[in-house]
Design a binder for this molecule. Structure first.
Ligand SMILES: NC(=O)c1ccc[n+]([C@@H]2O[C@H](COP(=O)([O-])OP(=O)(O)OC[C@H]3O[C@@H](n4cnc5c(N)ncnc54)[C@H](O)[C@@H]3O)[C@@H](O)[C@H]2O)c1
Length: 310
Protein backbone atom coordinates (compact mmCIF):
# COMPACT_ATOMS: atom_id res chain seq x y z
CA UNK A 1 0.00 0.00 0.00
CA UNK A 2 1.35 3.42 -0.96
CA UNK A 3 -1.29 5.85 0.26
CA UNK A 4 -3.31 5.22 3.39
CA UNK A 5 -5.86 7.44 5.15
CA UNK A 6 -6.79 7.06 8.82
CA UNK A 7 -9.51 9.22 10.36
CA UNK A 8 -9.51 9.60 14.15
CA UNK A 9 -5.81 8.71 14.18
CA UNK A 10 -5.07 10.77 17.30
CA UNK A 11 -7.51 8.67 19.31
CA UNK A 12 -7.04 5.41 21.19
CA UNK A 13 -7.69 2.81 18.48
CA UNK A 14 -6.75 5.13 15.60
CA UNK A 15 -3.27 5.83 16.97
CA UNK A 16 -2.57 2.14 17.66
CA UNK A 17 -3.70 1.45 14.09
CA UNK A 18 -1.66 4.31 12.57
CA UNK A 19 1.54 3.27 14.33
CA UNK A 20 1.04 -0.37 13.30
CA UNK A 21 0.43 0.70 9.68
CA UNK A 22 3.62 2.75 9.79
CA UNK A 23 5.55 -0.27 11.11
CA UNK A 24 4.10 -2.62 8.47
CA UNK A 25 4.33 -0.20 5.53
CA UNK A 26 7.35 2.00 6.29
CA UNK A 27 7.42 3.42 2.76
CA UNK A 28 3.73 4.30 2.59
CA UNK A 29 2.34 7.82 2.80
CA UNK A 30 0.00 7.80 5.78
CA UNK A 31 -2.42 10.70 6.27
CA UNK A 32 -4.34 11.15 9.52
CA UNK A 33 -7.43 13.35 9.73
CA UNK A 34 -8.48 14.30 13.25
CA UNK A 35 -9.81 17.45 14.92
CA UNK A 36 -8.57 16.53 18.43
CA UNK A 37 -12.02 16.73 19.97
CA UNK A 38 -11.17 13.66 22.03
CA UNK A 39 -7.75 12.66 20.69
CA UNK A 40 -4.29 13.68 21.83
CA UNK A 41 -1.15 14.40 19.83
CA UNK A 42 0.91 12.43 22.40
CA UNK A 43 -0.62 9.23 21.04
CA UNK A 44 1.20 9.81 17.76
CA UNK A 45 4.73 9.96 19.16
CA UNK A 46 7.05 8.74 16.38
CA UNK A 47 4.50 9.26 13.59
CA UNK A 48 6.28 10.27 10.37
CA UNK A 49 3.23 10.90 8.16
CA UNK A 50 0.95 13.83 7.40
CA UNK A 51 -1.69 15.21 9.79
CA UNK A 52 -4.78 17.11 8.65
CA UNK A 53 -6.54 18.90 11.49
CA UNK A 54 -10.14 18.85 10.36
CA UNK A 55 -13.64 17.74 11.24
CA UNK A 56 -14.52 14.88 8.88
CA UNK A 57 -18.15 15.99 8.77
CA UNK A 58 -17.29 19.48 7.53
CA UNK A 59 -14.14 18.84 5.51
CA UNK A 60 -14.25 19.41 1.76
CA UNK A 61 -12.58 16.09 0.98
CA UNK A 62 -12.05 16.63 -2.74
CA UNK A 63 -10.51 20.08 -2.25
CA UNK A 64 -8.27 18.79 0.54
CA UNK A 65 -6.89 15.77 -1.29
CA UNK A 66 -7.34 16.84 -4.94
CA UNK A 67 -6.11 13.99 -7.15
CA UNK A 68 -4.55 11.91 -4.36
CA UNK A 69 -5.99 8.39 -4.61
CA UNK A 70 -5.79 6.29 -1.45
CA UNK A 71 -5.28 2.54 -1.47
CA UNK A 72 -7.20 2.16 1.77
CA UNK A 73 -9.26 4.23 4.18
CA UNK A 74 -9.65 3.34 7.86
CA UNK A 75 -12.41 5.35 9.50
CA UNK A 76 -12.14 5.61 13.29
CA UNK A 77 -13.23 9.24 13.82
CA UNK A 78 -16.38 9.55 15.87
CA UNK A 79 -17.74 11.27 18.93
CA UNK A 80 -16.98 8.44 21.34
CA UNK A 81 -18.35 9.83 24.56
CA UNK A 82 -21.67 8.00 24.80
CA UNK A 83 -22.84 10.49 27.42
CA UNK A 84 -22.96 13.28 24.80
CA UNK A 85 -26.74 13.47 24.46
CA UNK A 86 -26.87 16.34 21.97
CA UNK A 87 -28.69 14.34 19.32
CA UNK A 88 -28.09 16.77 16.46
CA UNK A 89 -24.36 16.98 17.18
CA UNK A 90 -23.78 13.21 17.59
CA UNK A 91 -25.72 12.33 14.50
CA UNK A 92 -24.47 15.19 12.35
CA UNK A 93 -20.78 14.70 13.06
CA UNK A 94 -20.78 10.89 13.05
CA UNK A 95 -23.16 10.25 10.15
CA UNK A 96 -22.27 13.16 7.85
CA UNK A 97 -18.57 12.47 8.39
CA UNK A 98 -19.04 8.94 7.06
CA UNK A 99 -21.32 10.09 4.23
CA UNK A 100 -18.68 12.59 3.03
CA UNK A 101 -15.95 9.98 3.32
CA UNK A 102 -17.95 7.48 1.23
CA UNK A 103 -18.68 10.13 -1.38
CA UNK A 104 -14.93 10.84 -1.61
CA UNK A 105 -14.04 7.13 -1.84
CA UNK A 106 -16.75 6.27 -4.39
CA UNK A 107 -15.11 7.28 -7.71
CA UNK A 108 -12.14 4.93 -7.16
CA UNK A 109 -14.06 2.51 -4.95
CA UNK A 110 -11.30 2.81 -2.38
CA UNK A 111 -11.64 -0.02 0.16
CA UNK A 112 -12.98 1.27 3.47
CA UNK A 113 -12.86 -0.33 6.91
CA UNK A 114 -14.89 1.62 9.46
CA UNK A 115 -15.57 1.45 13.18
CA UNK A 116 -19.09 0.40 14.03
CA UNK A 117 -19.96 -0.65 17.58
CA UNK A 118 -21.48 -3.37 19.72
CA UNK A 119 -23.66 -0.52 21.02
CA UNK A 120 -25.83 -1.07 17.92
CA UNK A 121 -27.19 -4.22 19.64
CA UNK A 122 -28.61 -2.18 22.52
CA UNK A 123 -29.37 -3.49 26.00
CA UNK A 124 -29.48 -7.23 25.61
CA UNK A 125 -28.10 -10.31 27.21
CA UNK A 126 -26.25 -13.28 25.83
CA UNK A 127 -24.28 -13.72 22.64
CA UNK A 128 -24.58 -10.95 20.03
CA UNK A 129 -24.67 -12.09 16.40
CA UNK A 130 -24.35 -9.81 13.39
CA UNK A 131 -27.83 -10.63 12.07
CA UNK A 132 -29.78 -9.64 15.14
CA UNK A 133 -31.80 -6.44 14.74
CA UNK A 134 -30.31 -3.12 15.78
CA UNK A 135 -31.69 -1.68 19.01
CA UNK A 136 -29.75 1.51 19.77
CA UNK A 137 -30.26 2.71 23.34
CA UNK A 138 -28.62 6.11 22.90
CA UNK A 139 -27.89 8.57 20.09
CA UNK A 140 -24.26 7.42 19.83
CA UNK A 141 -25.47 3.89 19.05
CA UNK A 142 -28.10 5.30 16.69
CA UNK A 143 -25.36 7.08 14.73
CA UNK A 144 -23.43 3.81 14.40
CA UNK A 145 -26.56 2.04 13.12
CA UNK A 146 -26.78 4.76 10.47
CA UNK A 147 -23.16 4.09 9.46
CA UNK A 148 -24.05 0.43 8.99
CA UNK A 149 -27.14 1.40 6.96
CA UNK A 150 -25.10 3.73 4.73
CA UNK A 151 -22.45 1.05 4.21
CA UNK A 152 -25.08 -1.56 3.27
CA UNK A 153 -26.72 0.84 0.82
CA UNK A 154 -23.41 1.64 -0.92
CA UNK A 155 -22.52 -2.07 -1.03
CA UNK A 156 -25.87 -2.79 -2.70
CA UNK A 157 -25.25 -0.06 -5.30
CA UNK A 158 -21.62 -1.05 -5.93
CA UNK A 159 -21.23 -4.81 -5.43
CA UNK A 160 -17.49 -4.83 -6.17
CA UNK A 161 -16.62 -2.02 -3.73
CA UNK A 162 -15.46 -3.38 -0.34
CA UNK A 163 -16.79 -1.50 2.68
CA UNK A 164 -16.26 -3.43 5.89
CA UNK A 165 -17.80 -2.47 9.23
CA UNK A 166 -16.38 -3.82 12.48
CA UNK A 167 -18.56 -3.78 15.57
CA UNK A 168 -15.96 -3.23 18.24
CA UNK A 169 -16.91 -4.51 21.71
CA UNK A 170 -15.21 -3.18 24.90
CA UNK A 171 -11.73 -2.24 23.74
CA UNK A 172 -8.86 -1.75 26.21
CA UNK A 173 -5.11 -1.32 25.89
CA UNK A 174 -2.23 1.14 25.47
CA UNK A 175 -2.86 4.77 24.40
CA UNK A 176 -6.29 5.07 26.04
CA UNK A 177 -5.32 7.25 29.01
CA UNK A 178 -6.39 10.47 27.22
CA UNK A 179 -9.99 9.22 27.38
CA UNK A 180 -10.18 9.87 31.15
CA UNK A 181 -13.51 8.69 32.51
CA UNK A 182 -14.35 7.19 29.09
CA UNK A 183 -11.29 4.89 29.12
CA UNK A 184 -11.96 1.17 29.60
CA UNK A 185 -13.11 -0.27 32.93
CA UNK A 186 -9.94 -2.36 32.87
CA UNK A 187 -7.84 0.80 32.89
CA UNK A 188 -10.05 2.49 35.56
CA UNK A 189 -9.79 -0.52 37.87
CA UNK A 190 -6.02 -0.80 37.24
CA UNK A 191 -5.57 2.84 38.29
CA UNK A 192 -7.56 2.35 41.50
CA UNK A 193 -5.68 -0.81 42.43
CA UNK A 194 -2.31 0.67 41.53
CA UNK A 195 -2.91 3.45 44.03
CA UNK A 196 -3.68 0.84 46.71
CA UNK A 197 -7.46 1.38 46.69
CA UNK A 198 -10.04 -1.41 46.58
CA UNK A 199 -11.53 -1.61 43.04
CA UNK A 200 -15.07 -0.23 42.97
CA UNK A 201 -17.70 -2.04 40.88
CA UNK A 202 -21.50 -2.32 40.91
CA UNK A 203 -22.98 -4.70 43.49
CA UNK A 204 -22.29 -8.34 42.72
CA UNK A 205 -19.65 -7.62 40.07
CA UNK A 206 -21.04 -10.42 37.92
CA UNK A 207 -22.07 -8.29 34.92
CA UNK A 208 -20.09 -9.57 31.95
CA UNK A 209 -18.45 -7.78 29.06
CA UNK A 210 -16.63 -8.92 25.96
CA UNK A 211 -13.35 -7.09 26.64
CA UNK A 212 -11.19 -7.09 23.50
CA UNK A 213 -7.53 -6.11 23.50
CA UNK A 214 -6.58 -3.26 21.17
CA UNK A 215 -3.82 -5.41 19.62
CA UNK A 216 -6.51 -7.81 18.36
CA UNK A 217 -8.70 -4.90 17.25
CA UNK A 218 -5.87 -3.45 15.16
CA UNK A 219 -5.00 -6.89 13.79
CA UNK A 220 -8.59 -7.56 12.67
CA UNK A 221 -9.03 -4.03 11.29
CA UNK A 222 -5.97 -4.51 9.07
CA UNK A 223 -6.80 -8.10 8.23
CA UNK A 224 -10.37 -7.21 7.21
CA UNK A 225 -9.08 -4.95 4.46
CA UNK A 226 -7.54 -7.78 2.47
CA UNK A 227 -9.39 -10.83 3.82
CA UNK A 228 -12.89 -9.64 2.98
CA UNK A 229 -13.95 -10.70 -0.51
CA UNK A 230 -16.95 -8.37 -0.37
CA UNK A 231 -18.59 -5.79 1.86
CA UNK A 232 -19.92 -6.89 5.20
CA UNK A 233 -20.39 -6.09 8.86
CA UNK A 234 -18.57 -8.19 11.44
CA UNK A 235 -18.23 -8.39 15.20
CA UNK A 236 -14.87 -7.49 16.69
CA UNK A 237 -14.67 -8.93 20.19
CA UNK A 238 -12.55 -11.48 22.01
CA UNK A 239 -15.44 -13.97 21.88
CA UNK A 240 -15.30 -14.28 25.71
CA UNK A 241 -17.57 -12.74 28.33
CA UNK A 242 -15.57 -11.75 31.41
CA UNK A 243 -17.17 -10.46 34.62
CA UNK A 244 -15.93 -7.40 36.50
CA UNK A 245 -14.96 -9.77 39.35
CA UNK A 246 -12.84 -11.75 36.86
CA UNK A 247 -11.19 -8.53 35.66
CA UNK A 248 -10.26 -7.73 39.27
CA UNK A 249 -8.87 -11.26 39.74
CA UNK A 250 -6.76 -10.90 36.57
CA UNK A 251 -5.51 -7.46 37.68
CA UNK A 252 -4.62 -8.80 41.14
CA UNK A 253 -2.65 -11.60 39.48
CA UNK A 254 -0.84 -9.21 37.15
CA UNK A 255 -0.07 -6.68 39.89
CA UNK A 256 0.74 -9.21 42.61
CA UNK A 257 -1.95 -7.71 44.89
CA UNK A 258 -4.94 -9.21 46.77
CA UNK A 259 -7.38 -6.33 46.76
CA UNK A 260 -11.05 -7.25 47.34
CA UNK A 261 -13.76 -5.52 45.26
CA UNK A 262 -15.75 -2.77 46.95
CA UNK A 263 -19.32 -3.07 45.74
CA UNK A 264 -21.70 -0.13 45.46
CA UNK A 265 -25.32 0.28 44.35
CA UNK A 266 -25.93 0.55 40.61
CA UNK A 267 -27.64 3.94 40.11
CA UNK A 268 -29.01 3.00 36.67
CA UNK A 269 -32.47 1.53 36.24
CA UNK A 270 -31.15 -0.58 33.38
CA UNK A 271 -27.61 -1.77 32.81
CA UNK A 272 -26.21 -4.11 30.19
CA UNK A 273 -25.94 -7.46 31.99
CA UNK A 274 -23.85 -9.36 29.45
CA UNK A 275 -22.10 -8.67 26.15
CA UNK A 276 -20.36 -11.37 24.15
CA UNK A 277 -19.41 -11.26 20.48
CA UNK A 278 -20.28 -14.21 18.30
CA UNK A 279 -17.01 -14.50 16.35
CA UNK A 280 -18.17 -17.35 14.09
CA UNK A 281 -18.62 -15.17 10.98
CA UNK A 282 -15.20 -13.59 11.50
CA UNK A 283 -13.62 -17.02 11.83
CA UNK A 284 -15.32 -18.51 8.78
CA UNK A 285 -15.45 -15.55 6.35
CA UNK A 286 -12.33 -13.64 7.35
CA UNK A 287 -10.37 -16.60 8.75
CA UNK A 288 -9.36 -14.59 11.79
CA UNK A 289 -9.17 -15.65 15.44
CA UNK A 290 -8.25 -13.18 18.20
CA UNK A 291 -4.92 -13.95 19.88
CA UNK A 292 -5.84 -12.72 23.34
CA UNK A 293 -8.41 -13.82 25.89
CA UNK A 294 -9.34 -11.13 28.44
CA UNK A 295 -6.97 -12.82 30.94
CA UNK A 296 -3.95 -12.87 28.61
CA UNK A 297 -4.74 -9.40 27.25
CA UNK A 298 -4.92 -7.92 30.77
CA UNK A 299 -1.59 -9.57 31.66
CA UNK A 300 0.03 -8.11 28.52
CA UNK A 301 -1.48 -4.67 29.11
CA UNK A 302 -0.45 -4.47 32.78
CA UNK A 303 3.11 -5.49 31.82
CA UNK A 304 3.17 -2.52 29.40
CA UNK A 305 1.65 -0.14 31.96
CA UNK A 306 4.21 -1.24 34.55
CA UNK A 307 7.19 -0.48 32.31
CA UNK A 308 9.38 2.23 33.87
CA UNK A 309 8.73 4.63 30.93
CA UNK A 310 5.00 4.81 31.81
N1 LIG B 1 -13.01 2.06 22.51
C1 LIG B 1 -14.07 1.25 22.42
O1 LIG B 1 -14.31 0.41 23.31
C2 LIG B 1 -14.96 1.30 21.20
C3 LIG B 1 -16.07 0.43 21.15
C4 LIG B 1 -16.90 0.47 20.04
C5 LIG B 1 -16.63 1.32 18.98
N2 LIG B 1 -15.57 2.17 19.06
C6 LIG B 1 -15.32 3.08 17.92
O2 LIG B 1 -13.95 3.03 17.58
C7 LIG B 1 -13.54 4.30 17.07
C8 LIG B 1 -12.33 4.80 17.83
O3 LIG B 1 -12.69 4.98 19.20
P1 LIG B 1 -11.62 5.27 20.35
O4 LIG B 1 -11.94 4.42 21.50
O5 LIG B 1 -10.27 5.23 19.76
O6 LIG B 1 -12.03 6.76 20.77
P2 LIG B 1 -11.20 8.12 20.81
O7 LIG B 1 -12.16 9.13 21.34
O8 LIG B 1 -9.93 7.93 21.54
O9 LIG B 1 -10.89 8.39 19.28
C9 LIG B 1 -11.76 9.06 18.40
C10 LIG B 1 -10.91 10.04 17.59
O10 LIG B 1 -11.73 10.63 16.58
C11 LIG B 1 -11.52 12.05 16.59
N3 LIG B 1 -12.77 12.65 16.08
C12 LIG B 1 -14.00 12.54 16.61
N4 LIG B 1 -14.91 13.14 15.82
C13 LIG B 1 -14.21 13.67 14.77
C14 LIG B 1 -14.59 14.42 13.62
N5 LIG B 1 -15.86 14.73 13.36
N6 LIG B 1 -13.61 14.78 12.75
C15 LIG B 1 -12.32 14.47 12.98
N7 LIG B 1 -11.91 13.75 14.06
C16 LIG B 1 -12.84 13.36 14.94
C17 LIG B 1 -11.20 12.39 18.03
O11 LIG B 1 -10.52 13.61 18.17
C18 LIG B 1 -10.36 11.19 18.44
O12 LIG B 1 -9.00 11.39 18.15
C19 LIG B 1 -14.75 5.21 17.19
O13 LIG B 1 -15.43 5.24 15.95
C20 LIG B 1 -15.61 4.53 18.24
O14 LIG B 1 -16.97 4.85 18.11
C21 LIG B 1 -14.72 2.18 20.14
Amino acid sequence: MNNILVTGGAGFIGSNLTLELQARFPEARIVVVDDFRSGDFRNLRGFRGDFVTADVSRLDWSAQFRDLVFDAIFHEASITDTTVHDQALQSHDNIEGFRRLLRFAEPHQTPVVYASSAATYGICSGIQTEDQPAAPANVYAFSKVQLDNLAREQARRFPTWRIVGLRYFNVYGPLETHKGAAASMIYQLYRQMKSGKRPRVFRGGEQKRDFVYVKDVVALTLHALTASKRSGIFNCGSGHAFSFNEVIEALNRALGTRLEPEYFENPYSFYQPHTEADMQRVRSELEFTPRFTPATGIADYVALLERPSN
